[in-house]
Design a binder for this molecule. Structure first.
Ligand code: AMP
Ligand code: ZN
Length: 463
């Protein structure tokens, strides 16, 4: 049974989708006013782990991730650069997609943009006005939080402190200033605007997620994710808008990941304590080592980023790659062993059990590294055979359908004649015949095979 911690109930609950075997998943996406930082990617990688695990367990997952390309911050940025809003956001959207590809984050089914859904937003706002949940003030339209009785259910806000009728214009604010929030902001100088039947202006931030989630996933869907900073006000306001409009429950399971921090402080643009993917790549780190680092702490725990930890993830990743290399290149004897099959089944079971328990990644990773450690011992004892090696390779590939930390392109094994030459060179080296060893190395180089002598023996690479 799969269980998740649901922010809405504050409890771990068994997961039951609305339609058996199918999961509808909404994940709040980037606000494209700057390059994304690796804190943002912690959220997207957690969501990708969730999605890949559900797919692994046999569910058909439909994922939507919005792109916020109009809000206070994007407008401010475009004005500062003196360019049109879509010109300004374009480059950040491009980098976002490049980065998610480098991090092996699987593509969502839809990436709806706020600016492309203004008529649908106007429609929902109109409905909220008609039902009495929204009101107009100086050309803007606000959601009246006292009208919606469930307000505060997600973030456990203290409703007694609310001062009805007080309004907040800005898209982001703290719990202490929970006021009626803007659904629609009246046209202002130097701001883009859209014409609607209730006048010119632009949407507040929160309405887009209510509109775009229901458009692509239905008015009630299974899982909604984001970082913990999204709980208030963004997700609280999404619930209010959606449920007031449809009269139905909006989302069954709310999953939030904790922050990536640096020296105890949330990694954020405004604090200047952030790294982008470019910073990681410029320092010669493998993006997939970063992926492993970001997913290897449980999603509800804070994760402190250091380059030292990134180096350790890189080493862990290398252990998996070395293991695969060994399985592909070791001269195993024909045959198979029951012990190895049993070990694979056991660890696959542990892996699934771990992740089924609110994505307990530590248990899942321990299953993999335990298997590697135990098999390495068996290999050194000559108790692993050719069929076992094949099964082990495919089990590592299965684990990686969820973790996605290995490069997609697999190295094809080398043809036997080349393997033979590598062995001949090893023999020559053992016999201190370095002239022959170098000669063979050069021959192989001409055939596109590069040899590296490491402390664990020789390794090959294709040029
Ligand atoms: P934004 O582009 O600011 O709207 O954020 C996009 C996503 O990244 C949201 O789900 C945020 O909750 C998440 N996020 C932002 N900063 C962090 C951080 N330091 N750690 C984890 N998630 C974050
Ligand atoms: Zn959202």
């Amino acid at each position: 049974m799969i269980k998740f911690f649901n922010t809405l109930s504050g409890k771990i609950e068994p997961f039951k989708p609305i339609v058996s075997g199918e999961v509808k998943l909404y994940t709040c996406g980037p606000t494209v006013y700057d390059y994304p930082h690796i804190g943002n990617f912690r959220a997207y990688i957690f969501e990708d782990l969730l999605k890949r695990f559900l797919v692994f367990m046999g569910y058909k997952v439909t994922q939507v991730m919005n792109i916020t390309d109009v809000d206070d911050k994007t407008i401010r940025g475009a004005n500062a650069d003196e360019v049109e809003l879509n010109e300004f956001t374009k480059k950040f959207i491009g980098v976002f997609f490049e980065n998610i590809e480098a991090l092996n984050i699987s593509k969502a089914d839809h990436y709806p943009r706020a600016t492309e859904h203004i008529p649908e937003m106007a429609e929902m706002i109109k409905g909220l006005l008609e039902k009495g949940y929204a009101y107009k003030k100086d050309g803007s339209i606000y959601f009246s939080i006292e009208k919606f009785l469930g307000y505060g259910q997600l973030s456990n806000i203290n409703l007694e402190e609310l001062r009805p009728g007080q309004r907040i214009e800005s898209d982001e604010y703290e719990k202490e200033s929970a006021h009626d929030f803007a659904l629609w902001k009246s046209k202002k100088e130097n701001e883009p605007f859209w014409e609607t039947e209730f006048g010119p202006g632009r949407p507040g931030w929160h309405i887009e997620c209510s509109v775009m989630s229901s458009k692509y996933l239905g008015q009630t869907f299974d899982i909604h994710c984001g970082g913990v900073d999204n709980i208030f006000p963004h997700h609280e306001n999404e619930i209010a808008q959606s449920e007031a409009y449809s009269g139905k429950k909006f989302v069954n399971y709310w999953l939030h990941c904790h922050h990536l921090v640096v020296g105890g402080e949330k990694m954020a643009k405004s604090k200047g304590n952030f790294y982008t993917m470019k910073d990681i790549i410029d320092r010669n780190y493998d993006p997939l080592a970063l992926r492993l680092l970001l997913l290897s702490t449980h999603y509800r725990k804070m994760l402190n980023f250091t380059f030292e930890a990134l180096g350790q993830s890189d080493a862990s990743l290398q252990r998996i790659k070395d293991f695969l290399y060994e399985l592909r290149n070791h001269p195993f004897e024909e045959g198979e062993s029951k012990d190895v099959s049993q070990l694979i089944d056991e660890q696959m079971n542990n892996f699934k059990k771990g992740l089924s328990n609110d994505l307990n990644i530590s248990v899942a990773l321990t299953a993999i590294f335990d298997m590697i450690r135990k098999v390495n011992i068996l290999i050194s004892q000559g108790k692993v055979y050719s069929k076992d090696a094949e099964k082990l390779i495919s089990s590592i590939r299965s684990f990686d359908r969820v973790l996605a930390v290995l490069p997609e392109e697999e190295e094809e094994p080398l043809p036997p004649e080349i393997m033979k030459k590598i062995e001949e060179r090893e023999k020559a080296r053992r016999e201190n015949n370095y002239t022959l060893a170098d000669e063979i190395r050069n021959q192989l180089l001409q055939q596109g095979i590069v040899l590296e002598d490491t402390k664990d023996g020789v390794r090959w690479k294709r040029k």
